[in-house]
Design a protein around this ligand. Structure first.
Ligand code: AMP
Length: 224
């Protein structure tokens, strides 16, 4: 099962990606997570990627494309994968499509979470990361996943961890605007990549505006 998931930063793509991952049991490959892990481990890749990420720019295709294509060749991907955060522009979409076509690998689902720019931005700024597990959803602006409160402080709504933090690039409006500029760009950006797939395979549109639970239900229904 090979799946792509698209959605602007702040659309709940990570949360819904986890739902898809659970349904199909394929590895959830998140480009942003791979970069952040490399940054925290201080690898060469991390050092190269950091300045771009801090400014909300894409890490250059020469770094990102081979990194992901190699990742898809690892043993845990033999039965499929869920790619999240890649492709992020038209060039990456074309590179992925030609790498897959060359090996006769198809795409089973392409999912697009649709959400307007203003709402996405607000959701990004409310996002809180749990130190125990990045995939514990916490957002101070979304009632359904609002962190719990303890002694007047926000704590993780899933595990109660008090160590909730923000991502530096989530609180920087200029960086958010840059990331959204890339996402909503229909000429060469992420929406251009989505349109590239719309011309080739069926893309499942999911409205990202309702609550997390409603979006998951709609998504699971569409996945059959
Ligand atoms: P994310 O966690 O998906 O918001 O990604 C965080 C940052 O990692 C982005 O703002 C980019 O700087 C970088 N990044 C993630 N995915 C890609 C990609 N496919 N191509 C280039 N840079 C990326």
């Amino acid at each position: 099962m090979n799946i792509l998931i698209f959605g602007p930063n702040g659309s709940g793509k990570g949360t819904q990606g986890a739902v898809v991952q659970k349904k199909f049991g394929v590895p959830h490959i998140e480009t942003g997570v791979i970069f952040r892990e490399n940054i925290s481990k201080g690898t060469d890749l991390g050092k190269k990627a950091k300045a771009f990420i801090d400014q909300g720019e894409l890490v250059p295709d020469e770094i990102t494309i081979p990194m992901i294509l190699n990742r898809l060749k690892e043993a845990d991907c033999a039965k499929g994968w869920l790619l999240d955060g890649f492709p992020r522009n038209l060039a990456q979409a074309e590179a992925l499509w030609s790498a897959l076509s060359a090996e006769n690998i198809g795409l089973d689902y392409v999912i697009e979470i649709v959400l307007d720019r203003e709402t996405s931005k607000k959701r990004i700024m409310g996002r809180r990361l749990c130190a125990t597990d990045n995939n514990h959803p916490n957002n101070i602006f979304i009632d359904a996943i609002k962190p719990a409160e303890k002694d007047g402080k926000f704590v993780c709504r899933v595990c109660g961890d008090e160590r909730l933090s923000t991502r530096a690039d989530d609180q920087d409006e200029a960086a958010i605007d840059k990331r959204h500029g890339i996402y909503y760009d229909t000429k060469t950006g992420t929406l251009a990549a989505v349109n590239f797939f719309k011309e080739r395979v069926k893309v499942l549109d999911v409205d990202g505006l309702p609550g997390v639970k409603e979006v998951s239900e709609d998504l699971l229904k569409k996945l059959g």
